[in-house]
Design a protein around this ligand. Structure first.
Ligand code: ADP
Ligand code: GLC
Length: 488
């Protein structure tokens, strides 16, 4: 019964190139294009944040009414554009009071206090927009806690308009679940009967992600390994039991890479392009990176990079614990990131005292590209990692990843094995400083003393291809599963 050409509604809180705090935006900017290329009809919806310039967007003539329960009806403006390089339409929900702020989810002191209402509003607006556009989705694809109430809303409050739609929820990061004071039930308007431990309730609060997992016809995560991990207490963030109860509709699909952006042969941010057959430009990139970061200009030294949010998830605590010992070796380390204040201060101090360490606190896409290209190795010692994108970008740039074997890092990185001639990087298993320290030393030793193996691994790394087309095909299979489940 399944249609060949699906109508897909894709909702996300951030989408490249319009707004980004992490990998969710990369996925939301790329997957819809790949789905469209497979012949499906897809629209994307996101909030219009303060930073998004409306003069470059087209404004829809009519405002959008959004019912907010006890708070009454709010009216939003809607803007439209297209995902760059494609025909995929993206709609922006514009409501100054909620989204006209500098941060996407938080200010200096922490999360915005009204994130519950902001994202219930956005989720409802997304569904209302379909009605306004006369767009009848077969599939409603929600992402993370921000839009996790959509599967529930589409089957309750909005069921008349979406009776035939199946819903899919992708969990990009289980740590963030959208847990709020239960009063938001009166804004959600789905009926208090859904405030129970099998649906929305978690310890007397509302848990958006939990409700989404209960109501979506299919749930996905961004790697197969992470799909297994989140069913265990160690990685379940309190929801492992709930996820196990829904495991028959849980799938792991690895993210792809947008190789039009992450490709050393065409990258406009890097000092010199290089290719699989001729990697010599990478040395120029290394020199450029050292210059940019005021590191001693040495082409022979092992240079290791880190790009990412400075949060516990990324293993910055582990790095902090061994950084001085590592810097006592003949290596250079460069870090780019922003996040927890203690980490920014701590690494700032390290940069002040050590000449073979450099740091840029902040967000810079250009520097992220330069680090990928200029380093010999890339460090990603995450405590957990649903997919991880930087290690995959690193492979494309022949920058060998040193990772902890978790989630997508474990699925994408094959450990160096000299005796069986295998590997595209270096992996350790225990989340300990000791394991991290030894693995970095091991990688550095191979870099200095086994150049042949190192070079071979670089070739294997550059050959790997993580295409969005393959991922999109896997999503289509999940969409069909969701539709059959709904009809069955
Ligand atoms: P997460 O989504 O958990 O942050 P991912 O590895 O999936 O981790 O994606 C992170 C994305 O954000 C990558 O594209 C990475 O290059 C980018 N990124 C993270 N921090 C920075 C930064 N400080 N400057 C530039 N890009 C960054
Ligand atoms: C999350 C995860 C990251 C993943 C990204 C995109 O932010 O932390 O591992 O790559 O989402 O799916």
């Amino acid at each position: 019964m399944s249609k060949e050409k699906l109508n897909i509604l894709f909702a996300a809180a951030e989408v490249v190139p319009f707004a980004k705090t992490g990998g969710l935006a990369d996925v939301a900017g790329a997957l819809p294009k790949a789905l469209k290329k497979l012949g499906h009809n897809i629209i994307v919806v996101m909030p219009r944040y303060y930073s998004i310039d409306t003069t470059k967007l087209e404004k829809l003539p009519a405002p959008l009414g959004v019912p907010m329960g006890v708070m009454g009806e709010f009216w939003a403006a809607v803007y439209m554009s297209k995902l760059p390089g494609s025909d995929v339409k993206i709609y922006f929900i514009d409501y100054e009071h909620y989204f006209g702020r500098r941060g996407l989810y938080e200010h200096e002191e922490g999360s915005y206090e009204d994130n519950d209402n902001r994202f219930v509003f956005f989720s409802k607006a997304t569904l209302q927009l379909c009605n306004m556009l006369h767009f009848t989705p077969d599939i409603i694809h929600a992402n993370d806690w921000h839009t996790a109430t959509i599967p529930l809303l589409s089957k309750t409050r909005f069921v008349h308009d979406f009776a035939h739609a199946a819903s899919v929820l992708t969990i990009h990061n289980l740590q963030h679940q959208g847990v709020f004071y239960k009063g938001v039930m009166d804004v959600l308007e789905v009926g208090w009967e859904h405030f129970n431990p099998y649906e929305l309730e978690s310890m007397d609060s509302v848990n958006f992600l939990k409700g989404g997992i209960a109501y979506a016809d299919a749930v996905t995560t961004v790697s197969k390994k992470y799909a297994q991990e989140i069913q265990t207490p160690q990685f379940g963030f309190g929801l492992d039991h709930h996820i196990r109860a829904h495991s028959s509709k849980l799938f792991g699909i690895l993210n792809g890479v947008d190789y039009t952006e992450w490709n050393p042969a065409t990258d406009s941010f890097i000092a010199k392009d290089y290719t699989f057959n001729n990697i010599s430009g990478k040395l120029t990139c290394k020199q450029d990176l050292q210059k940019q970061f005021h590191l001693p200009q040495r082409e022979d030294v092992a240079l290791i990079g880190f790009v990412g949010r400075f949060v516990e998830q990324k293993g910055i605590g582990l790095i902090a614990g061994v950084i001085h010992k590592l810097l006592d070796q003949d290596i250079q380390i460069v870090m780019l990131g922003t996040g927890e204040k203690w980490a920014e201060r701590f690494f700032g101090e390290v940069a002040y005292h050590r000449e073979n360490f450099a740091l840029h606190i902040g967000y810079s896409n250009a520097l992220a590209h330069k680090i990928e290209a200029g380093c010999d190795m890339f460090l990603m010692p995450s405590l957990f990692e649903p997919c991880g994108l930087n290690q995959i970008y690193s492979l494309a740039y022949a920058t060998l990843p040193i990772v902890r074997a978790t989630g997508g890092l474990d699925d994408t990185i094959v450990n160096f094995d000299k005796y069986h001639h295998k590997g595209n990087g270096f992996k350790f298993y225990d989340a300990t400083q000791k394991a991290l320290y030894h693995t970095v030393l091991w990688a550095v030793d191979i870099y200095y003393n086994d150049k042949k193996s190192f070079r071979k691994m670089q070739k294997v790394a550059m050959k790997a291809h993580f295409s969005w087309e393959d991922s999109a095909k896997a999503y289509i299979d999940v969409y069909k599963f969701a539709l059959s489940k709904k009809q069955g």
